[in-house]
Ligand binder design. Structure first.
Ligand code: ATP
Length: 453
């Protein structure tokens, strides 16, 4: 069976069900910017929680940090971003469109979308020029006297400049890591492909500081570990791969990088990057700030740790989970769209549905169950309209379980629990419903989706 999913279908589901809206829509929209609605916020939060849990809660060698978005401007000079964080751009003097010189193969000519830039007779492309991706702003009241600063293009530098603060009190010695989730900003000029590439986005980055002779080993460890995380939360093996960078692709700071790529509707693309940054950053900040960012052993010997960095975009991860989960099927001669999300990622874990919305006995029991479950998980109560329609609505937002209160509930205190993927229904006691749902949510899960060729 071929994949039913296209980017258009994902965009439309996200808008219809309130996951993601185009930003500033009433003003005509702003390119590569999106706003997140109720279910989008819940899904993003679940992704961040699962990441933080894997990094911090389930390990004892990583601590958390939340650094500022606006840092001292010298940070970005030392890190190499002022000088080197740029994309090569070309302009078409004829149609005035701007393209990334290294992405011309994938771009459309502004005049003739069937051709690539430079292919049509009228195209007049300039030579490539470097364009810095950092957004600049000013700190201070006056436009003229304010100090120019940057919105961070990555969260990592906030971690490096806090190395001494954290290492001093974290009671950890290398190998240990610092994890951070927060917004980053890049003045991207290539079309965004929905939330794949946006001007502002959240990153989940972890810098793992290791003795220099252990860097290779930990680099390989983190590539495998991060691959396994995406698999654990349901991404199909057929749609996930590891691609080591060629030497000419490596960033200025990196001695080894692997992209974990996902087969998005736009083709195989980077989902997460895992980089061996060596001691580039700590050395650069030590030289520029005069503060020694190094590790001092008990015996007084010292070294600058090397750093392994897994870096994942929350929004890009959300897109991969949505694409991987999106499914369409025909059930009882009716079309069904279903998000087969990992239950722990699903925005709503269970829907509580009184079969007959006008029956006060049923709505009363349902409300009571809803009040009980909402104390521990995200649940929704819905008593409006036909039951089939209510199920379909929950399928579309990926709710793994629906608990229906019916006549029999009033007689014997049982409810039906309907499972989103298999559509199997069984009766369980209402008194045990909370425990039952929590147990099932904790079980390992693999996607029931058929892999496309
Ligand atoms: P790309 O080549 O796609 O521009 P990158 O190699 O510049 O990405 P990194 O600097 O390695 O990206 O950033 C780490 C992660 O942050 C990426 O793997 C991606 O998940 C996410 N990310 C980077 N830029 C964006 C963006 N503009 N919008 C959304 N997510 C992003």
């Amino acid at each position: 069976m071929a994949d039913a999913v296209t980017m258009d279908k994902i965009v439309s589901l996200c808008k219809r069900r309130g996951f993601v809206f185009p930003s500033s829509e009433i003003y005509g929209g702003l390119g590569s910017s999106y706003d997140y609605g109720h279910y989008g916020v819940l899904l993003k939060d679940n992704i961040k929680q699962r990441w933080l849990s894997a990094m911090v809660q389930e390990r004892d060698d990583i601590v958390a940090l939340d650094s500022s978005i606006i840092l001292h401007p010298e940070v970005w000079k030392s890190s190499g971003h002022v000088g080197g964080f740029s994309d090569p751009l070309v302009d078409c003097k004829f149609c005035k469109k701007r393209y990334r010189a290294d992405h011309l193969e994938d771009a459309q000519c502004g005049q003739r979308p069937s051709k690539r830039p430079g292919e049509a007779a009228d195209c007049d492309l300039t030579d490539a020029r470097q364009f810095n991706l950092m957004f600049e702003t000013r700190v201070g009241a006056m436009e003229e006297t304010g100090v120019p600063v940057y919105l961070r293009p990555e969260t990592a530098q906030g971690i490096f400049i806090n190395f001494k603060n954290v290492a001093g009190i974290a009671r950890r010695k290398p190998p240990f890591g610092i994890a951070q989730v927060g917004k980053s900003f890049r003045n991207e000029i290539t079309p965004g492909n929905f939330i794949f590439r946006t001007l502002e986005f959240e990153q989940m980055e972890m810098e793992f500081f290791v003795p220099p002779d252990q860097a290779d080993e930990w680099y390989r460890y983190w590539v495998d570990e991060r691959y396994a995380w995406h698999r654990k939360y349901g991404i199909r093996e057929s749609h996930l791969r590891i691609r080591p960078h060629d030497a000419d692709e490596l960033s200025h700071y990196s001695s080894g990088t692997s992209d974990i790529e996902y087969l998005f509707p736009i083709g195989w693309s980077e989902l997460e990057g895992v980089a061996n940054r060596g001691n580039f950053d700590l050395t650069a900040h030590t030289a520029a700030s005069g503060t020694k960012l190094e590790w001092v052993e008990q015996d007084g010997s010292r070294y600058t740790p090397h750093v392994i960095e897994p870096a994942l975009g929350v929004n890009r991860s959300m897109l991969a989970f949505l694409v991987d989960a999106y499914d369409e099927e025909v059930v009882a001669e009716r079309d069904r769209t279903v998000l087969r999300l990992h239950p722990q990622l699903a925005p709503v874990k269970a829907a509580i549905l009184p079969l007959i919305g006008k029956s006060e006995d049923m709505t009363g029991r349902a409300r009571k169950l809803y009040e009980e479950l909402r104390q521990v998980i995200s649940v929704e109560y819905d008593d409006g309209g036909q039951i089939g329609r209510r199920y379909r609505r929950q399928d579309e937002i990926g709710t793994p379980y629906a608990l229906t209160i019916d006549e029999q509930t009033l007689e014997d205190g049982t409810v039906t629990i309907r499972e989103r993927d298999s559509l199997a229904q069984e009766r369980i006691s209402i008194a045990r419903a909370r425990e039952h749902v929590l147990d099932r949510l904790a079980e390992p899960w693999t996607s029931p989706r058929v892999s496309s060729p």
